[in-house]
Design a protein around this ligand. Sequence first.
Ligand SMILES: [Zn+2]
Length: 149
Amino acid sequence: MQCPYCTSDQTRVIDTSHDARGGVRRRRVCLACEQRFSTYERAILTAPMLVKRDGTREEFDREKLARGIRIACAKRPVSASEIDRIVGEIEATLQAMGKAEVSSRVVGDMAVSGLKELDHIAYIRYAIVYLGLDDLRSIRDEIDHLFDT
Ligand SMILES: [Zn+2]
């Protein structure tokens, strides 16, 4: 561990403690400048890589997903915290899968079903883009579907 004061690599752990959430905190002293500092170590859940339709992979990007949902919700009575909740649930679901890779379609499907419960107009807007509804017939079918359910 590098000293944040003088960047020396020569540091020594003088105390280790565990917190309730499973994190480990270490008090350290720098052997070069004798400053003391702490480090905190905690396990981070990672989301799987997303495999796109063309076979390329990209990292799950929370901000990008939120942006897409926000655009679909423009001028609709959907609050920022509701959008945040959908994004958080999608991220948590991805992390809980414990997989290295999933189809990016999985994320789109979750966003679509989250919006479906929240606001039908936002849902249709999102579905047009992400489900690739590119003609009026398939958009109408999707809307008919909403009336049926
Ligand atoms: Zn130092």
